[in-house]
Design a protein around this ligand. Structure first.
Ligand code: KG4
Ligand code: ZN
Length: 338
């Protein structure tokens, strides 16, 4: 029987993360979030790479300590090669290379977006793994994709955003409402007690399985400008209803395309991944779709939805099984398609 310990390292955006997996099971999963960006209303790339530089050693040290192992137990090191911010990726990539070289163990490159999907394969007693083939709706602050997943590393993007990501639609709408960054979780929170049909936002017309969200935030901006002109307290008084309506509209856009993708591929197993899959609106819509359309939906645990290193380690685990190792000359890639 196998005894595989993988160290995963994630540094693609503003979270420095490290995790140890033993045969696909989590021994430790450490994330250091960077508070420094909050005051700027978004991630500042230069500040992100500096914070990674400060965090990476303590975060990895903590992951190894919490896992109750020693460095020489580790079989391979998996790291995020991209996509992401170059200055951030360089920190994790360089560190992974150096440590793998120092320990004399294989290095494994991981695509961050594939890892979000593969988070569903982390060994968890209470969670069912998706059966191939399935469709993954990958929704985060940087990406919005529908992916046809035929095997662990056989993935095809069949739809994606032509401009903003869905997380940006949440965050930018929240900013217009005066909420702090990242506003997605706050919209979700206020939406719980609001009327989703109080206000109506137009659905963008985008061909095929693609998305567009840049017009959505503009529609929210114009709507708020128009309403506050007559009533300066409009946002304050209607915050719950506005948030519920924004969330309802965004979830509607995602569900329309998912229905189209199911029809187009004949696959009705759906897994959601990425930070926005923490959203209660999309989770409820999918649970409803199970009853209404007979879909099988896979909803990940909260801690695997936003950026983490356990997902990088599980991707590394499956590459390790295939002996799919990286050369030490490998470089980070800000735009990294699969
Ligand atoms: O995957 P992630 O942690 O980082 C990226 O790779 O982008 O996703 C972060 C995004 C942010 O836009 C954040 O606002 C959004 O996920 N998000 C949510 C919720 N939780 C996180 N959006 C809506 N509702 C939530 N509950
Ligand atoms: Zn992500």
């Amino acid at each position: 029987s196998q005894n595989i310990y993988i160290l995963g390292i994630e540094s693609s955006c503003d979270d420095t993360a490290a995790a140890i997996l033993h045969n696909g099971k989590i021994l430790s999963n450490v994330v250091a979030t960077q508070a420094v960006h909050k005051q700027y209303g978004g991630v500042v790339p230069e500040l992100a790479s500096r914070a990674h530089q400060q965090n990476i050693v303590p975060v990895i040290h903590q992951a190894i300590t919490q896992a109750n192992i020693v460095k020489k137990d580790i079989n391979a090191i998996a790291f995020t090669r991209g996509p992401g911010l170059m200055g951030s990726l360089l920190v994790g990539t360089s560190f992974a290379k150096s440590l793998a070289m120092g320990l004399g163990i294989p290095l494994i490159d991981v695509n961050h977006m594939q890892a979000h999907i593969l988070a569903h394969f982390i060994e968890e007693d209470a969670f069912e793994k998706p059966e191939f083939p399935f469709l993954a709706l990958t929704i985060s602050g940087g990406h919005t994709q529908i992916v046809k997943v035929s095997d662990y590393f056989q993935m095809e993007v069949i739809g994606e955003t032509t401009d903003d990501a869905v997380g940006e639609a949440f965050d930018k709408s929240a900013k217009i409402l005066g909420l702090p960054y990242p506003g997605g979780p706050l919209i979700d929170k206020y939406a719980q007690s609001g009327n989703p049909k109080a206000f109506k936002f137009p659905k963008p017309k985008v061909p095929e399985l693609n998305f567009s969200f840049s017009g959505f935030k503009t529609a929210v901006l114009y709507f708020i400008q128009r309403e506050t002109k007559n009533n300066p307290d409009f946002v304050k008084v209607n915050l719950e209803d506005i948030c519920a309506s924004i969330q309802y509209s965004i979830v509607g856009i995602l569900m329309d395309k998912l229905k189209k993708a199911v029809k187009h591929t004949g696959i009705n197993r759906i897994a959601i991944a990425g930070g926005v899959s923490a959203n209660s609106g999309i989770r409820n819509a999918l649970m409803e779709a199970e009853k209404k359309y007979g879909w099988k939906c896979y909803i990940p645990k909260f801690e695997y939805t936003t950026d983490n290193a356990a997902m990088i380690a599980i991707a590394g685990h499956y590459k390790y099984l295939e002996k799919d190792f990286a050369d030490f000359s490998i470089t980070a890639q800000a735009r990294y398609k699969f």
